[in-house]
Write a protein that binds this ligand. Structure first.
Ligand code: ADP
Ligand code: UVW
Ligand code: MG
Length: 404
């Protein structure tokens, strides 16, 4: 069975095509700048050179059409016809409280996702465009949705409630949801497999450090607490997001700088984090380079970024009464040895001892970076949200057709 996995953003659409017989990736790529003059489709097949096509793609339906054309293209494609796609799986950032697991799409599910537009205005409307675009191009192909929030639905009330009037939760569902759940779920299972221990026996702090970043306390295989909140803005300092801050800063800034609420929201989401403190970039590679060149703002940004991860690790050690494993994943977590070293620097009191040489070894595999004898295991685990989405889609289809 071939499954197309789609992660649709407001102006982008990433895709991966899986052959589920052996879980191999047949092709992958992305469409960027949807709705702008020169949209770019980048398409990759194994060891063949990357294909880039620039054209005007005004909306998601056209983007999906272009992807399907590329997948069936005589020169660059991997499929004889679009009939060779048996299912599509979508990443959906916000599933609210309605979705505790992945589901197949039907009208009711679409309605629920629409109801959540308010809670994730940057993400969910774009995902819906992706779903409708697939429907328009592949009307008879079943689609599944996999939610970033689902894994965190096991959190206890004491983790997910904010200390504000209960009416806000009861009426508007204002609470912590948490994100990157597909990733935290996948990497924690990979860590347990790597260590050869049942996940039910482990207390894991999973640090997903990419463009967006979050830490999750995973107790015995279940999310117990996580750093992102009602939206993906809370918690760690990120590339362009502020993470935790005193909420009183919002009205104060509006008054002092004569800004609108929308402007402050945009400042916190798009113009804060590494970008704001370094004044250089939101990309950790550029921050580390600038720091090595002696740039003090870059050093401060790097130290703040690492310090906040360290604080969450400490908090989650307290929350779970101990830690067995810390793991690093996603773009920064998998690739930045200096960041991992800085995070672990002040944690020896918890029994966390990093091996600085092992930490520097580059590899695409799950690996141990703690010293022999470190009380806590420290691992780097490559994430693969797309594979988990493809697996969930496959499982939903095969189990639902069995029960029919
Ligand atoms: N070699 C590297 N060293 C440090 N950071 C890296 C490296 N490679 C990628 N990154 C960081 O990873 C980030 C992207 O992470 P990723 O998990 O792909 O994010 P997203 O899925 O949210 O777009 C980039 O912004 C970049 O800062
Ligand atoms: C939820 C979230 O922050 O996603 P991303 O890391 O893809 O921006
Ligand atoms: Mg990501």
């Amino acid at each position: 069975m071939n499954i197309l996995v789609i992660n649709a953003g407001s102006s982008s659409l990433k895709y991966q095509l899986y052959n589920m017989n052996d879980e191999s990736v047949l092709a992958k790529g992305r469409v960027e700048r949807i709705g702008m003059e020169s949209s770019i489709l980048t398409h990759e097949v194994d060891d063949r050179p990357e294909v880039r096509e620039v054209s005007e793609i005004l909306e998601h339906t056209t983007a999906v059409r272009k992807v399907l054309d590329m997948l069936t293209n005589k020169r660059f494609g991997v499929l004889g016809s679009i009939e060779d796609i048996q299912a599509v799986g979508h990443r959906i950032v916000h599933g609210g409280e309605s979705f505790k697991q992945s589901v197949l799409i039907n009208d009711e599910v679409k309605l629920e996702i629409k109801k959540l537009f308010d809670l994730a205005p940057l993400h969910n409307p774009a995902h819906m465009m992706g779903i409708l675009a697939v429907e328009a191009n592949l009307p008879n192909v079943p689609q599944a949705v996999v939610f970033d929030t689902a894994f965190h639905q096991t959190m206890p009330k004491s983790s997910y409630l904010y200390a504000i009037p209960m009416v806000l939760y009861n009426k508007h569902k204002i609470r912590r949801y948490g994100f990157h759940g597909t990733s935290h779920d996948y990497v924690s299972q990979q860590a347990a497999l790597f260590l050869g221990k049942p996940i039910e026996e482990l207390k894991i702090v999973s640090c997903h450090i990419g463009n967006g970043a979050s830490c999750t306390a995973i107790m015995h295989g279940k999310s117990y607490d996580t750093s992102m909140g009602m939206t993906p803005l809370e918690g760690l300092m990120m590339g362009t997001r502020s993470g935790d801050l005193d909420p009183a800063i919002v009205p104060y800034t509006i008054g002092k700088e004569d800004l609108t609420l929308n402007e402050v929201n945009s400042m916190l989401n798009k113009h804060s984090g590494l970008m704001a403190i370094s004044g250089i970039s939101s990309d950790m590679r550029e921050i580390v380079q600038a720091m090595e060149d002696g740039n003090e703002s870059a050093r401060l940004a790097f130290e703040m970024y690492a310090y906040r991860i360290r604080k969450y690790i400490g908090a989650y050690a307290a929350a779970m009464n101990g830690i067995d494993v810390i793991l690093f994943t996603a773009g920064v977590g998998e690739n930045s040895a200096p960041l991992r070293e800085k995070v672990c620097e002040g944690l020896t009191f918890l029994g966390i001892e990093l091996d600085t040489e092992r930490n520097k070894v580059r590899s695409g595999e799950t690996r141990r970076i703690a010293k022999d004898g470190s009380k806590v295991e420290v691992l780097v685990v490559p994430t693969n949200e797309e594979l988990l989405i493809a697996r969930d889609t496959y499982r939903l289809l095969t189990t639902s057709s069995e029960s029919n």
